[in-house]
Design a protein around this ligand. Structure first.
Ligand SMILES: C[S@@+](CC[C@H](N)C(=O)[O-])C[C@H]1O[C@@H](n2cnc3c(N)ncnc32)[C@H](O)[C@@H]1O
Length: 216
């Protein structure tokens, strides 16, 4: 049987050396995430956005990531920013602990549908009613490079849009409806959407989709 790269292993090794590039949208952030609420940056990596939130005036921000290597890197690059290594869900916080949660370029790194549901379900538990989840992710692309890899890996992974990268990562691009459906299923009503083109950690560009969901 063919060996498949273990995605979590990737985030402790090669993935932990990357420069993440998905930008926050300052206008969406300011419109939907009040500066005085506790904010969770889930899948914070090395704390790039956790630190940015602090720099623009958010006073109570925590980052959590499954990768020990990335959180340790965050400790070196952003000393003083609160980053925690936690290997999965549930997270060690009470129900409704946060007024907002960020989920930036994380679902695209979680090819497994059940694992995606667990993550969004956990954010549904942790974000208090009236709070928001602010998601940025990668929908299915239409360029030839991506179409070729979707076709190459669809049978192996059983999901169109899941693919491997040559350096050992496994990623997933999803339909916008899949992303919206995850939010709606776990208690969030989608209030805002934005699409634009952003750089990727591998030096390409992609169309990304930002969704803001309000906890019902
Ligand atoms: C592309 S990085 C984005 C990091 C950060 N959100 C940013 O934008 O700078 C993806 C992150 O998802 C995390 N991740 C990978 N697999 C995961 C999983 N199964 N559950 C939760 N997080 C995961 C990785 O450790 C990594 O930090």
């Amino acid at each position: 049987m063919e060996m498949r790269p273990h995605p979590q292993g990737f985030w402790e090794t090669t993935g932990a050396t990357k420069t993440f590039t998905h930008p926050l949208d300052a206008e969406l952030l300011a419109a939907y995430v009040p500066r005085d609420v506790p904010v969770l940056d889930y899948g914070c990596g090395y704390g790039r956005l956790t630190a940015e939130l602090g720099a623009v005036g958010y006073g109570d921000v925590r980052g959590v990531d499954v990768s020990r290597a990335l959180v340790e890197r965050g400790g070196r690059e952003h000393p003083g920013v609160r980053l925690v290594h936690w290997p999965g869900v549930p997270l060690p916080f009470e129900d409704g602990s946060f007024g907002a949660a960020l989920l930036f370029a994380v679902l695209t790194c979680v090819p497994d549908a059940a694992a995606q549901r667990e993550i969004v379900g956990e954010l549904g538990r942790l974000v208090r009613p009236g709070g928001v989840v602010y998601v940025s992710d990668v929908p299915l692309q239409s360029d030839r490079r991506n179409l070729t890899r979707y076709e190459e890996y669809a049978a192996r992974y059983g999901t169109y849009g899941v693919f491997e990268t040559p350096d050992g990562g496994v990623f997933r691009h999803s339909t916008p409806d899949h992303l919206r459906g995850l939010l709606e299923t776990y208690g969030f009503s989608v209030e805002a959407e934005r699409s634009n083109t952003v750089p990727t950690m591998d030096g390409h560009t992609v169309e990304r989709l930002q969704l803001v969901g309000r906890r019902r």
